[in-house]
Design a protein around this ligand. Structure first.
Ligand SMILES: [Zn+2]
Length: 198
């Protein structure tokens, strides 16, 4: 076909989780079957990109300053679950297993890939602990070298707050994207069986 088709296909293939055949199916669908759905999709992407931004407290995506979870009066405010990204937060929310707050790091420490403490959402975490009434921090990070290094870094970072109890979920979760791809019952077991640090 022509250049515009190849350009569309190459952009679709850059999206996470789409192989060549899936990208091809979507491109043909948008171009032939449902022209209006393509226009609606473009509008929805523009609207979402314009209106959504990180919650000022936790880093979740939201419209406005604070997300629905942070604003929800029925959530437990003294417990924060630390996650790598919004996808992990969404997976835990779908499982219905957690009624506390979250803190989205936007990654995990990985010096070898150039991810250093200043690239992650640590400053706002310390600020939340300083100004809030948090007494429990639960790590729901991937069970790999970077996830474990990030856990230890945060415990050191918060060592001035002796009243905080730390625990870790993730045992039983697959390593590498474990939270995002775990089903609800696995996540529930991982939270129920979380290990409390001494
Ligand atoms: Zn929030």
């Amino acid at each position: 076909m022509n250049n515009s088709y190849d350009t569309l296909l190459s952009h679709l293939r850059k999206l996470p989780g789409l192989g060549y055949r899936s990208a091809e199916r979507i491109a043909i669908h948008l171009l032939t079957d449902k022209v209006q759905s393509g226009k609606d999709l473009i509008q929805a992407i523009e609207d979402a990109q314009m209106k959504l931004s990180p919650c000022e407290d936790c880093g979740n995506l939201c419209e406005g300053d604070l997300c629905e979870i942070c604003l929800n009066p029925s959530r437990i405010k003294c417990a924060i679950c630390i996650v790598e990204n919004v996808l992990d937060l969404m997976a835990i929310e779908r499982s219905g297993t957690w009624n506390g707050l979250y803190h989205v790091l936007s990654g995990k420490l990985s010096p070898i890939h150039g991810v250093l403490p200043e690239h992650l959402n640590f400053k706002s975490l310390v600020s939340r602990i300083e100004h809030g009434a948090v007494d429990e921090v639960i790590f729901a990070l991937s069970n790999d070298i970077e996830g474990n290094a990030t856990c230890h870094y945060i415990q050191d970072l918060l060592s001035d707050f002796p009243n905080i109890r730390f625990s870790q979920v993730g045992f039983g979760l697959p390593s590498g994207g474990g939270v995002t791809f775990a089903d609800s019952s696995t996540l529930k077991s991982a939270f129920d069986g979380r290990r409390v640090y001494d």
